[in-house]
Design a protein around this ligand. Structure first.
Ligand code: Q46
Ligand code: ZN
Ligand code: ZN
Length: 309
C-alpha cells in the first residue's frame, strides 16, 4: 500500500476515495476534508468564535484539534451526563485535551447544575436514555453558547453518524427531521448557528486521526447506547459500504444536494411558530420547552418562572 500523494509507505487506506495515505498526507487529507466541508456549506467565517461540543470521544477531540489547526478561534464545552465510570473517564479525556491545546474548556454538570443525570431522567420518563441525553445536549450547548457569546456551536457528527440518522429519517419518512438534517442550522432568535464540520470524514478516519496525532480519547462506547436504533442503521450501512465503497457518502451527499431542499418548508414553518419558554426563555412551540419539562420530571420539581438554570 503506497501513499497516493508521495508514494511512500501508507498507514491508512480510505476505500471510499480508493486511496491510501502516509501519516503526513493522511493528516493533511483530514484537514482538507474539514476545510472543504466548512467552505461548501458556508459553516462559519474566519472571525467566528466557535464552541465545540466536547464529549471526550474521538470525533469531538479530533474536531477541536482540526478547527484550531485551520485557524479558528475554538473553545470547548463538556457536559457531565452522570453515566457512571464512562462519564468520569470522558471528563478526564476532555480536560487533558483542553490543556494540551491550551484552550478553555467550559464545563456543565447535569447533576450539580440541573439536579438530574441521564440514567435518572431515563427512569423518570420511562423513555430511552438517548432521548433525554440528546435533548439536554441540544438545549445546554445552545444556552452556553448564548451565555458566553459564541457565534457557532460545532459538533463532532461524522459521515457515519449523519448517514445513519438519514437512513432512520428516511425509513420513517420523518419529513420534519429531513428538513432539519443539514450540516448547518442557521442562527435564529434564541438559537446560535450549529455546524457539523466532520461530515466529510468517516469514523475510521477520525479514530486514525486521533491515533496519529496521539490524542487519547474515550474508546468505550456509552453503556446506555445499547438498543439505540442508530447502531442498527450503522451496521446496515457498513454492510452496504463493504460491498460497495462510497455508498454512505453517495447516500448522504445525494440527499444534501438533491433531496434536502424539498423538505425545508415544514421545518421553516415550525421554526417561525416558536416563542420563548415561560421558564427559561428558550424557543419552544408550547408554553414550557421540552428541556424544562424533562427537568421537571427528572427532578420531581415544578417548573416556575424563577427556575432558570
Ligand atoms: S451519550 Fe447520550 Fe450518546 Fe450515551 S445516552 Fe445515548 S446519546 S449513547 S452520543
Ligand atoms: Zn505521503
Ligand atoms: Zn425552558
Amino acid at each position: 500500500m503506497k501513499c497516493r500523494v508521495c508514494r511512500g509507505p501508507a498507514v491508512v487506506d480510505v476505500r471510499r476515495h480508493n486511496a491510501a495515505f502516509c501519516r503526513d498526507h493522511f493528516l493533511h487529507h483530514c484537514e482538507e476534508q474539514v476545510r472543504r466541508a466548512i467552505d461548501a456549506y458556508d459553516m462559519c467565517d474566519g472571525s467566528a468564535r466557535v464552541l465545540v461540543a466536547v464529549s471526550g470521544g474521538k470525533d469531538s477531540l479530533a474536531l477541536w484539534d482540526l478547527l484550531l489547526r485551520l485557524g479558528y478561534d475554538a473553545d470547548g464545552l463538556y457536559l457531565g451526563l452522570g453515566i457512571g465510570e464512562y462519564s468520569d473517564e470522558s471528563t478526564e479525556y476532555a480536560r487533558a485535551h483542553a490543556s494540551a491545546l491550551g484552550r478553555t474548556l467550559h464545563e456543565v454538570d447535569l447533576a450539580s447544575d440541573y439536579g438530574y443525570d441521564i440514567p435518572g431522567a431515563a427512569r423518570a420518563t420511562h423513555r430511552a436514555p438517548c432521548g433525554a441525553c440528546g435533548l439536554s445536549k441540544r438545549h445546554l450547548f445552545n444556552a452556553a453558547a448564548l451565555e458566553h457569546g459564541y457565534d457557532v456551536v460545532a459538533t463532532g457528527h461524522n459521515l457515519d453518524d449523519e448517514a445513519a440518522v438519514l437512513l432512520g429519517n428516511v425509513l420513517r419518512w420523518d419529513t420534519g427531521y429531513l428538513g432539519r438534517q443539514h450540516p448547518v442550522l442557521p442562527a435564529a432568535p434564541g438559537f446560535v448557528r450549529k455546524v457539523k464540520p466532520l461530515v466529510r470524514l468517516g469514523e475510521r478516519e477520525t479514530a486514525a486521526y486521533c491515533v496519529l496525532r496521539r490524542i487519547d480519547y474515550q474508546v468505550e462506547e456509552c453503556p446506555m447506547a445499547a438498543g439505540n436504533r442508530h447502531l442498527g442503521y450503522k451496521d446496515v450501512l457498513n454492510a452496504l459500504e463493504d460491498r460497495s465503497p462510497g455508498t454512505k457518502a453517495a447516500f448522504l451527499f445525494g440527499f444534501l444536494e438533491r433531496g434536502h431542499a424539498r423538505f425545508t418548508d415544514e421545518a421553516d414553518i415550525e421554526r417561525e411558530a416558536l416563542r420563548p419558554c415561560i421558564s427559561c426563555g428558550a424557543p419552544t412551540p408550547g408554553e414550557v420547552c421540552a428541556f424544562c419539562r424533562l427537568r421537571e420530571r427528572a427532578t420531581g420539581t415544578a417548573v416556575t418562572l424563577e427556575s432558570k438554570g
